[in-house]
Design a protein around this ligand. Sequence first.
Ligand code: B1M
Length: 212
Amino acid sequence: MENVLEVIHQAVMEGDMALTQQKVQEAIDAGVAPDSILQDSLITAMAEVGRLFEEGEYFVPEMLIAARAMKAGLALLRPLLVAADVKPAGKVAAGTVKGDLHDIGKNLVCMMLEGAGFEIVDLGVDVPPEKFIDAVVNQGVDIVAMSALLTTTMPNMKSTLEAIKAAGVRDKVKVMVGGAPVTDAYAREIGADGYAPDASRAVTLAKALMAA
Ligand code: B1M
């Protein structure tokens, strides 16, 4: 069965959605533990995709099609993982801040996090502070992940953080930020817990925040 996991790993890396689904189903039917299929093929593949992206060998399109293949495999596994009570690496509420409709980068971050074993609450775009707060209070998320692509909407990261503080739940959640105009210095200035420049490093950051 080691071989089928290797085939899934390769299929995800090549963005072959049909083969990924077929082989994940084959592994399930052969009795491979769902957690092993997740950890030893889907997650390893997405980690490798992240590494290749950081090294400049993969670009956004390759990452997107790999993530799509991973999601197709994960869709087959998800009910089995829930039934087996496999705990996610952490729960993340992700959204593009109020006034901002750009979601391609945010979706990529969500897909990479999902590929690393995180549970995602995707709040969408144009997300007001109250929706982030609601996810912290009522959905028990570990991390709030905010994206902004416009210099005019970046300040809404600050106001969302202030609203989270005012709601008295800042200590319940880690906050990470990213998006083309966002910088590490800005993240520190507004009191976020971390900044990632791309989807691959968003995974590294989320793991570090969970470990902290
Ligand atoms: Co808009 N847009 N746009 N746009 N758009 C930009 C961002 C812009 C730089 C174009 C330009 O002028 N050169 C400019 C912003 C200028 C500025 O503020 N400095 C701009 C503008 C001005 C606008 C409008 C105001 C245009 C207008 O109407 N006059 C308008 C605003 C609408 C609104 O949001 N209210 C607008 C609209 C749009 C479209 C709707 C047409 C479309 C969005 C479609 C969609 O997202 N569904 C669009 C697009 C596509 C772009 C560009 C061309 C591409 C953005 C993108 O998807 N990049 C963009 C120019 C550009 O970047 N070349 C532009 C690919 C994506 C994978 O990268 O989103 O950076 P990115 O995400 C990366 C990282 O940033 C990081 O990881 C991702 C993957 O590695 N990352 C995170 C992102 N979020 C993260 C969160 C994290 C961690 C990492 O942790 C939480």
